[in-house]
Design a protein. Structure first.
Length: 229
């Protein structure tokens, strides 16, 4: 699992104004915290190896999902990435946009941004089968299976496994005699969609249920489900 994965979503929760900011952050000269001072404090803590302080600046949601021991292990095993991240964060500039994140019925966060006195939706809610991240691809895979969208499932199949495969063959296999097995797979995936995903380059793994694994691969910038177990 790379440190860059942490920064993709959870670090953002510590770096933007979504409700009140966590305590223990740097402040302006007038004593008030801002998103910018939070990021500067986080960057400094990482750069100085003060992992306890850096971890305290992560969101409550993140710290519920990732223990300090796991955090420390990920950071310690990726010292170069931590250095690069710390350096990049030290150059963050404001002003920050005011954002809100609402639970999107198990589909992740629905992000809104404030424009004057109006709240506007930023999340691309029309991208029903998103493949931009491993988790998005996995959610799309589950959604396509639930709705029997075999055309979308075909898009989620890696190129190496697609030879001879058609929407008709998928429907015949997954919609027929193997449907009971598919339902069991669906139940397993639904229960584990929010578990941490390990990313290494163009490959990603979601471990669950003891020895079970979901393997994903990125091809041409799109994540695909290589082995859903």
């Amino acid at each position: 699992m790379t440190f860059n994965r942490i920064c993709s979503r959870d670090l953002a929760l510590a770096c933007v104004a979504v409700g009140s900011l966590l305590g223990g952050c740097a402040t302006r000269s007038d004593g008030h915290e801002t998103p910018e001072t939070t990021v500067v404090a986080f960057s400094r803590a990482l750069g100085e190896g003060n992992l306890t302080a850096a971890y305290a600046m992560m969101s409550d949601d993140y710290r519920k999902r990732v223990s300090y021991a796991d955090w420390e292990k990920m950071v310690s095993e990726n010292s170069q990435e931590v250095l690069e991240t710390s350096n990049a964060l030290s150059h963050v500039r404001g002003p920050a946009r005011t954002q809100a994140a609402l639970d999107y019925r198990g589909k992740g966060d629905l992000v809104l941004v404030k424009n004057g006195d109006r709240w506007l939706i930023e999340t691309d809610v029309a991208r029903f089968y998103d493949q931009s991240t491993p988790r998005a691809a996995l959610r799309s895979f589950v959604r396509a299976l639930e709705r029997k969208r075999y055309d979308m499932l075909l898009r989620l199949v890696p190129n190496a496994d697609k030879e001879g495969m058609t929407t008709a063959s998928l429907e015949q296999t997954w919609g027929g005699s193997e449907r009971d097995q598919i339902e069991r797979l669906l139940n397993n995936l639904r229960s584990n969609l929010e578990r941490p995903i390990e990313v290494a380059g163009n490959h990603a793994t979601l471990p669950y249920g003891g020895h079970m694994r979901v393997q994903l691969v990125r091809e041409d910038g799109q994540w695909k489900v290589e082995d859903p177990e």
